[in-house]
Ligand binder design. Structure first.
Ligand code: SAH
Length: 353
């Protein structure tokens, strides 16, 4: 059996090669690329001959993620999707409405192997990487389902994007392509737990996306306790890579800091965080921003969130030291929007059956 060609993972030049290889004119690539990226299936592209459509249906993969479960927030309209992929694996995506446009948070892997102690996505480990077509498929399927255009993408769902490097880069090129969804790199954020060799590679790609770093602790002792990746690349190596990313791309670095009660949310933690960020970024005049979020309590981890006041106090301490910080408004709090929890509850349901 020959392997099927995954058309939605291919850039126009690669699609041209494919069509030439099956004896078709290369202009087919432009037609098919645009239509597939609008969410049409091969069978619907009626300006292809019936014979060609049939051939493509047999020889190529033509699936989009399907909606397995969908939760709509009554508070703010946030939509949390549990998408099912062709092999039955499930991932999550979250559609959020902001003033600056509709944002989709997408997953990059089925599960995750990074092992962050507070995170639901990593509990069962990594099952597999997502293909470029499955990264893009989340955007197409969400647009189709909701009937609204996605204008911003955050790679903050299940998985570690820099642990699926090549497919993520291909996805970024696909979703940015003017003949496809045409989402600007500046409207895309990639969040990483701190895979430093990936950050260094990304800096060389010349794709001006926003880099978001899940920092969550101001020093190695604290960070290694909750994030195993820190044993490989410590805080100082991570921040140096961020500075190099800024120097190369000119893009402001965004830091995520999840406050866990009694673990990393004291005033002295805030002071230490401000000091370490100032020390690395201030001399270079590099703009940075800290997003604070209270930990989402995950049954399996036992971590607790602190009070709203403790987050505000943490933000004030940072700001007094010249670090801009925002307390992230949590959308979809009534739809279990914490990353990985919907997939877990679906897996648990299956195990109970
Ligand atoms: N692997 C990437 C992207 C996915 S996680 C990364 O680590 O950045 C997206 C964000 O959610 C990260 O900042 C992660 O640390 C955070 N996160 C995971 N579990 C969380 C929880 N229970 N509460 C709050 N934030 C959480």
């Amino acid at each position: 059996m020959t392997t099927k060609v995954d058309l939605l993972s291919l850039l126009p030049a690669e699609l041209e090669e494919y069509f030439i290889s099956i004896g078709e004119p290369k202009f087919r690539a432009k037609q098919v690329f645009a239509r597939l990226h609008k969410g049409e299936r091969i069978g619907e592209i009626t300006n292809l001959s019936k014979a060609l459509r049939e051939r493509l249906c047999n020889e190529t993969i033509d699936t989009l993620p399907t909606v397995e479960e969908k939760l709509v927030s009554k508070i703010d309209g946030t939509v949390k999707y549990l998408f099912r992929l062709h092999d039955g694996a499930c991932i999550e995506s979250v559609f959020m409405k902001y003033k600056h446009g509709n944002t989709l948070c997408i997953s990059s892997q089925v599960g995750c192997r990074m092992g962050c102690k507070f995170c639901a996505s990593t509990i069962g480990g990594r099952v597999r990487d997502l293909y470029p077509s499955e990264l893009l498929g989340q955007v197409i399927a969400a647009e189709k389902d909701g009937g609204e255009r996605v204008s911003n993408i955050v790679m903050m769902g299940i998985g570690e994007p820099l642990d699926n490097y090549d497919n993520v880069i291909q996805f970024l090129k696909l979703v940015n392509h003017p003949d496809g969804l045409n989402i600007g790199y500046r409207h895309i954020s990639l969040s990483t737990c701190g895979v430093v060799d990936g950050i260094n590679r990304l800096a060389e790609e010349d794709l001006p996306i926003t880099l978001s770093i899940s920092l969550h602790a101001p020093n190695d002792a604290r960070r290694s306790e909750i994030m195993p990746i820190n044993n490989k690349w410590g805080v100082s190596a991570l921040l140096d890579a961020c500075l190099a990313y800024y120097k190369k791309t000119g893009r402001r670095i965004s830091f995520e800091y999840t406050l866990i009660s009694g673990k990393n949310d004291s005033e002295s933690d805030a002071i230490e965080l401000a000091d370490v960020l100032n020390k690395v970024f201030r001399p270079a005049g590099a703009p940075i921003h800290v997003n604070l979020i209270r930990v989402n309590e995950v049954k399996e981890t036992g971590f607790k969130k602190g009070s709203a006041e403790s987050v505000n106090a943490f933000a004030k301490t940072l700001e007094r030291r010249g670090i801009t910080a925002t307390v992230r408004r949590k959308l979809g709090s009534d739809v279990n929007a914490a990353c990985g929890q919907l997939r877990r509850s679906n897996l648990n349901k299956k195990e109970e059956q």
